[in-house]
Design a protein around this ligand. Structure first.
Ligand code: FUL
Length: 466
């Protein structure tokens, strides 16, 4: 009965306050929302560099160098799945121009290698494995090409477009298409003028549901560093007028934090490698990030309104190594332990919004509370707390500019935590306190502040970096 009453009051609060709230543009497109819900997925840098120990292949490598002895994309997918990743983006073609599929538009491909007598096709194998394991597939295609004979001439733009069409029609659909902004010299010493306008028209026409990444979108933006760290202030909004991809992109700080009044919805993605390099190097086996470090990156990416694209480079066998796989599984176990149970789900908790009891709307995304009068969480018995998660209903636009959280401690003291943006998900961690109640006040907002989720956690010791 009490539960029913609470639910009814919750509904009343939502309806009464929410009716005059209008969405605040810019808003995410359905394609962007679907992508954002994935949160965490893998990158796989694989190609001739794996065998030559380089990071940027020269484009002159003989195709024979590419010869994985036991390539098994199902193993990648099995591990990705165990890590709780939702998809894998593969470097179909890196700057060295080598194509991991037998492209009609290049003579520098798996077809010219000795691997499987030239009959192999990494994209096909990954596509099949992703389907088997229920993972999404994405593609990285570098416009910079140090091998293609047409690079540096207008003809290359057509080559790149044809390659996009080829990989989409053969192995699509993709959840994400990754355009690298790097632009250096090709084999004839010339740089290319990329026809981005045409590239974009093409990808929209052939893959309308695919979210497209580059430094400045159109759908997903680079976070401005390769460390996996989004700004503590992070708007999903960006001004792109007057900017270009690559060298003409906004300052890294701007990409890292977005623009508070940005005209376009372009959420950030944090790309980072599990090892120092993007490609596999044996000497880095001992430098794989620990589960704790990965957990910290999760807090600084997903927990700061961005996505986490974690690179796990297959080795010369064509397999994820035991080191990477152990770290990934450890990372998953930490997430499971940390976020298994929100203390607000406990019966002894009461939640009030604007002075009225409510339930905070777990797993009910279209719903939210108007939070201009504060949210109050009280525990009958004091609880140990070191993490609070907040979410805005981003389909209504990103609104909150600042907030203040006050912890009323069992000792009688108070502790205050200040924050700025929230967005899709904001996870705050702090040293553990024994808490009687928590007050969340939105202190700055571009429009009526809306909150769709609050969770409170006691993350076990040994997970958070000191
Ligand atoms: C950069 C490239 O130059 C690196 O090799 C790597 O692929 C990284 C993800 O993007 O622009």
């Amino acid at each position: 009965m009490k539960k029913l009453l609470l639910a009814c009051l919750a509904a009343c609060v939502v309806q009464a306050n929410a009716q005059d709230v209008k969405p605040l543009p810019p808003l995410p497109s359905p394609r962007q929302q679907e992508w954002a819900d994935l949160e965490f997925y893998l990158f796989a840098h694989f190609g001739p560099n794996t065998f030559t120990d380089l990071e940027w292949g020269k484009g002159t490598e003989h195709e024979e160098v590419f010869n994985p002895s036991q390539l098994d994309c199902r193993q990648w997918c099995r591990i990705a799945k165990a890590a709780g990743a939702k998809g894998i983006i593969i470097t179909a073609k890196h700057h060295d121009g080598f194509c991991l599929w037998p492209s009609k538009y290049s003579k520098h491909t798996v077809r010219e290698s000795k691997w499987k007598d030239g009959k192999g096709d990494v994209l096909k194998e990954l596509n099949e494995a992703c389907k088997e394991y229920g993972l999404k597939m994405g593609v990285y295609l570098s416009p910079w090409d140090r091998n293609h004979p047409t690079y540096g001439t207008e003809a290359y733009n057509e080559v790149f477009i044809n390659m996009m069409k080829e990989v989409v029609s053969r192995y699509g659909p993709y959840f994400e298409f990754w355009w690298d902004g790097a632009n250096g010299e090709g084999p004839n010493g010339k740089k290319q003028e990329y026809d981005w306008k045409k590239f974009q028209e093409t990808i929209r026409a052939i893959a309308p549901k695919t979210a497209v990444f580059s430094d400045i979108g159109p759908d997903i933006r680079w976070v401005g560093n390769e460390k996996g760290v989004a700004g503590a202030t992070n708007w999903s909004l960006l001004d792109t007028a007057g900017f270009k991809r690559g060298h003409g992109a906004p300052e890294n700080d701007t990409l890292n934090q977005g623009n508070v009044y940005g005209k376009n919805w372009i959420q950030a993605e944090c790309d980072v490698s599990i090892r120092p390099g993007w490609f596999y190097h044996k000497e880095e086996d001992a430098k794989v990030k620990t589960p704790q470090q990965l957990f910290d990156l999760y807090l600084k990416s997903v927990g700061r309104n961005a996505a986490l694209l974690l690179n796990v480079p297959p080795d010369r066998r064509g397999l994820f190594t035991e080191y990477d796989s152990a770290a990934l599984v450890g990372f998953k176990q930490m997430r499971d332990k940390a976020f298994a149970h929100s203390l607000l789900a406990d019966k002894t908790t009461s939640v009030q919004v604007a002075g009225k009891p409510t339930q905070l709307l777990a797993d009910n995304k279209p719903t939210y509370v108007v939070a201009d009068k504060g949210i109050w969480l009280a525990f009958t018995n004091a609880v140990r707390v070191n993490c609070i998660q907040l979410e805005e209903p981003v389909q209504m636009g990103q609104r909150v500019q600042s907030f203040k959280i006050e912890l009323q401690l069992a000792s009688g003291e108070k502790k205050t935590i200040d924050g700025t943006t929230i967005g899709r998900k904001r996870i705050l961690t702090f040293s553990a306190e024994t808490v009687k109640s928590i007050t969340i006040n939105i202190t700055g907002s571009k429009a009526t502040p809306l909150i769709s989720e609050v969770k409170v956690f006691d993350i076990p010791d040994g997970i958070l970096l000191k």
